[in-house]
Design a protein around this ligand. Structure first.
Ligand code: CTP
Length: 409
């Protein structure tokens, strides 16, 4: 998808600092972000934060201009900003902003922009519970919803005022995913069931210790989110990670390779596309001692048994499903990816280098991969966020399926 131009309106609430994380989350999903801050927002966060994150000038007032030329230019700037962006996201949308939008007030840049804006509007309210529940706020929200604005409801939790209740700004990752779903009019995965595995597995050594690996789950969660945005039913089987569950995805938690194997096999028949991003442990301790192992002065050896190779097992049994594996390598990525493509009977392997210390691979938000396909293609995908890479992988999966069908008929 082309970069989506988004204008982010930041209101004056304590959650304004989370709008910085939202700007980043939108950029990770391939959006360009232009920021407008209300005067109140600037009491909470410096415009410089957004300028540094987005690499763009931040609009802080309607009449910041000094010279006659600047005044002339700025007098129509809200129209230009409205015209060049596809989405207006307001976070935090305070009670005052919602009231202003609902009643068509145009007293500052953000409210003027709102009136001039013809693209999608996504409002993310955040306020104290009593203010949220007040009939005035609820009536304003009903008006805004009726006009077609999209509302990302606040979450329940501890609020800045010390109370607990509904009113906390929704998680920025969730808001960004919501924006992408609202925008993505490609429903090219509708009717598909995509089975994704993600994260590491954990193989216990005793009740308090385990063997695992550095996989963060970000790549698999990105594939799950991107597939759901394009209309797929998504089953995400995840090892232990710290990521929030993507909305609209069926999440199955597992710990060990054996549990992942069982979960995958029980959902396999439903899947039309299988993407195995998980970094499955290759070995485990077959007989885990029931009590914590005590330290001695002696050397300790562990005898480990192989875990089931889930991908290879699917490869042996698959019918017309499209099977995509990952190959995390520290060298010879393309050659290893090609070897695994054949040995595990996959349709595509996504090879990625994981020894980098320069911001790609495990734990990073970015990735740089090479796709090798059953049809003999080798497709490098240059450095980008995992969410952008996830979208590109899905594009190539769909292309590959067309090519495979064409070659069969
Ligand atoms: N995989 C799997 N089950 C395993 C091990 C790996 O399903 N027990 C899958 C992974 O999910 C990934 C692919 O196989 O999609 C390749 O994983 P990788 O660890 O790179 O390959 P291995 O087969 O384990 O080979 P090696 O460790 O020798 O590189």
């Amino acid at each position: 998808m082309e970069p989506v131009p988004v204008v982010l309106g930041v209101g004056g609430g304590i959650a304004a600092y989370k709008a910085a994380e939202l700007a980043r989350a939108l950029m990770e999903r391939g959006c360009t972000v232009e920021t407008v801050m209300t005067a109140a927002a600037q009491e909470f966060v410096q415009p410089l934060t957004f300028a540094a994150l987005t690499g763009r000038k931040v609009i802080t007032s309607m009449f910041g201009a000094r010279t006659a030329d600047e005044v002339l230019a700025s007098s129509v700037e809200h129209i230009a900003v409205a015209q060049r962006n596809r989405v207006l996201v307001v976070a935090p949308a305070t009670a005052n902003l919602l009231a202003g939008f609902a009643h068509g007030l145009a007293g500052d840049f953000l409210s003027t922009l709102y009136l001039a804006f013809q693209g999608r509007v996504v409002l993310c309210p955040a306020m104290n519970t009593a203010m949220w529940e007040h009939p005035a706020t609820q009536e304003n929200l009903a008006t805004l919803r009726r006009r077609g604005d999209l509302i990302v409801d606040p979450e329940a939790g501890e609020l800045a005022c010390g109370t607990v209740g509904v009113g906390r700004l929704a998680d920025p990752q969730r808001i960004a995913a919501f924006v992408m779903r609202a925008l993505d009019d490609r429903r090219d995965l509708e009717g598909e069931t995509v089975l994704v595995t993600a994260g590491p597995t954990r193989e216990p050594l005793d009740p308090v210790r385990f063997i695992s690996n550095r996989s963060s789950g970000k790549m698999g969660y990105a594939v799950a989110e991107a597939a759901a945005a394009r209309g797929a039913r998504v089953i995400l089987i995840s090892g232990p990670v710290t990521l929030p569950a993507p909305d609209g995805v069926t999440l199955v938690h597992v710990q060990t390779a054996r549990e992942m194997y069982d979960a995958v096999m029980s959902h396999l028949d439903e899947a039309t596309i299988i993407v195995k991003t998980a970094a499955v442990a290759d070995y485990h301790l077959a007989d885990v001692p029931p009590q914590k192992v005590k330290k001695t002065a002696m050397r300790l050896s562990l005898e480990l048994d192989p875990t089931p190779d889930i991908l290879a097992e699917i490869g042996r049994h698959k019918h017309d499903q499209l099977l995509v594996g990952f190959a995390a390598e520290t060298e010879n990525v393309t050659a290893e990816a090609r070897r695994k493509l054949k040995s595990k009977n996959c349709d595509m392997i996504v090879g990625n280098l994981v020894s980098h210390s320069d911001g790609v691979g495990f734990e990073s938000d970015n990735n740089e991969v090479v796709l090798v396909t059953r049809t003999g293609e080798t497709i490098p995908l240059p450095l980008a966020s995992k969410l952008v890479i996830a979208g590109q992988i899905l594009d190539h999966i769909l292309k590959l399926r067309l090519a495979l069908h064409a070659s069969q008929s």
